[in-house]
Design a protein around this ligand. Structure first.
Ligand code: XUL
Length: 536
């Protein structure tokens, strides 16, 4: 059964904005009213609601090749709309729709598919029945695929090295990035490539369904392909040529993430009662959409403390590096965002908790609070699993003199872990161009953001106040915000749309001497981290 939630007022005729999220395991819809309050949500889970596609976690894994059936997404979209219809959702109230998609995944439209989208859709039939033969390959590679190491090496070689690829495209070559995925398809299945008329990202694919035509790829999600120049916001010809011939025409144009790309196609007007004036705002990637959903501002960092930890950093002047990703900012195309993933998040926190022989987070907090900021100069680096940022593994402990030691006393160990994790975040954010300023804020989300002792360390290390907020569905919410913003961006700033929304909760403020302690300690951490890096 689909999950749904409906506000009692939903049958009203007041204006609505719709955000769709095409994520790895489900498609979700969130509708907001004019005050951006959620009035409706519904979701279709791929494994649960579409068992005929036999996916596990929304995909098929074959070694390091990971794909999803493209037509499953089409069918899920049909089901989601039918679900909304049977819930009595009034599609005619929608002024605009936007969406987000799992990043990097790609869709290969077959020659002739544009014609079907534009002219051939019959409102009496499902999209699935009419489009399931419109793809040059039935399987879309997704972000979990890691089978393109050879293509990455080739791209870095042809563009003069990893740092050069990062300077142009915002990231060094990554296996899941779409250019390398396209290069693999071209190399291994040239018939698929030759028979393909347009390549969409999952995001622009979703927009194309609604638009009844190929939607442009947006700047932010386009930054996750290793193909777009993040400064000129144009395709980089050298990168295109390194991946496959005649690629530019298959990718089509690019657009700012909050721009209207057209109105919904007559199919949706006839079948579901959308207004013919309902605008489609460019769809974007789920991480950029989440930045919008969190309502990040210039100077802000968001830290999601989950199984792995993820950082979004708002940047004015990006400095691409070998770790992390720079994307064009989804709500201000002149600015940028950095995305940093730290694999050793909660699992590492849980492991250290177990290692020091305690069962609860209360005891963990008590040990943390029994030690002083700066930990007497002791620094720990805990990469139990091979870390992504940086690429390194192992437990490393250093005393105040910089000497490697095998063990710390229990409370020192706990503080070393938490300080080490947050100094890593600060150092890598700074490496990409982040600069802690007087108005900087840290927004903490995820499981560990409930722990105030941990948040105090976060505030001290970043020397900035820490706020928390509930963010169960920041991607679909961000997409719905973009739907609203796309109608008014010419006269408003993105931040203005959220003026009536609840404020964030202040959770921790930095101690007066935080900068004095952590600026030099973070510099020391940076040097020590370098010394434990395994070269890639
Ligand atoms: C980001 C990434 C994932 C997907 C998940 O680079 O690969 O976060 O976007 O949906």
């Amino acid at each position: 059964m689909a999950q749904k939630r409906q506000h009692p007022n939903d049958s009203t005729t007041a204006p609505r904005y719709l955000g769709l999220d095409f994520s790895t395991q489900q498609i979700k819809a969130v509708a907001l009213d004019n005050d951006l309050r959620e009035v409706y949500s519904s979701a279709i889970g791929f494994d649960r609601d579409l068992p005929e596609f036999k996916t596990d976690g929304g995909c098929h894994k074959n070694g390091d090749r990971v794909t999803a059936p493209t037509s499953m997404w089409v069918k899920a979209f049909d089901m989601l709309l039918e679900q909304m219809k049977s819930d009595g959702f009034n599609f005619g109230t929608l002024l605009s729709v936007s969406g987000s998609g799992q990043q990097h995944g790609s869709v290969y439209w077959k020659r002739g598919a544009r014609e079907v989208l534009r002219e051939g859709l019959n409102a009496a039939q499902t999209l699935f029945d009419q489009l399931n033969t419109s793809f040059a390959t039935p399987n879309s590679p997704i972000w979990m695929d890691s089978s393109t190491t050879a293509e990455c090496q080739k791209l870095e070689e042809l563009l003069g090295g990893a740092q050069n690829v990062a300077n142009v495209t915002g990231s060094r070559a990554y296996e899941r990035f779409t250019g390398n995925q396209i290069a693999k398809i071209y190399k291994e299945s040239s018939d698929v490539y030759n028979n393909c008329e347009r390549i969409s990202l999952v995001s622009s694919f979703g927009a194309s369904l609604l638009l009844g035509d190929y939607a442009p790829i947006d700047y932010s999600d386009g930054s996750g392909m290793n193909l777009m120049n993040i400064r000129t916001k144009e395709w980089d010809q050298q990168a295109l040529d390194a991946c496959a011939p005649e690629l530019k025409e298959r990718l089509g144009p690019l657009a700012p993430s909050f721009h209207p790309v057209g109105s919904v196609s007559p199919y949706f007007v006839q079948r579901y009662g959308f207004s013919p004036d309902c605008k489609v705002i460019a769809f974007t990637g789920d991480n950029p959409a989440s930045l919008a959903g969190l309502r990040l501002q210039e100077g802000d960092v968001s830290v999601s403390l989950g199984t792995s930890d993820t950082l979004f950093v708002w940047l004015k002047e990006p400095k691409p590096a070998l770790e992390g990703h720079i994307f064009v900012n989804p709500v201000d195309a002149e600015d940028y965002m950095a995305l940093l993933c730290f694999k050793n998040g909660s699992l590492a926190r849980e492991r250290v908790r177990a290692n020091v022989g305690i069962q609860t987070w209360e005891e963990f907090s008590a040990l943390l609070q029994s030690t002083s900021p700066g930990n007497g100069g002791n620094i720990g680096i805990y990469f139990f699993d091979t870390e992504i940022t940086p690429f390194a593994i192992g437990e490393h402990r250093f005393d105040a003199s910089g000497k490697k030691v095998d063990v710390f006393e229990r409370s020192t160990e706990v503080r070393a872990l938490v300080e080490g994790q947050f100094m890593a975040k600060r150092v890598h954010a700074e490496n990409l161009g982040y600069d802690i300023g007087p108005t900087s804020r840290v927004l903490a989300t995820g499981g560990a953001s409930k722990n105030s002792a941990i948040l105090q360390v976060l505030a001290d290390v970043f020397n900035a106040p820490v706020y928390t907020l509930e963010t169960e569905n920041s991607a679909s919410l961000g997409a719905a915000y973009q739907a609203r913003y796309g109608l008014i961006y010419q006269s408003h700033k993105f931040q203005e749309i959220g003026e009536n929304l609840p404020a964030y909760q202040l959770a921790a403020e930095p101690n007066a001497d935080a900068a004095k302690i952590y600026t030099p300690l973070a510099a020391r951490y940076k040097r020590l981290e370098k010394s434990v890096i395994t070269s890639k």
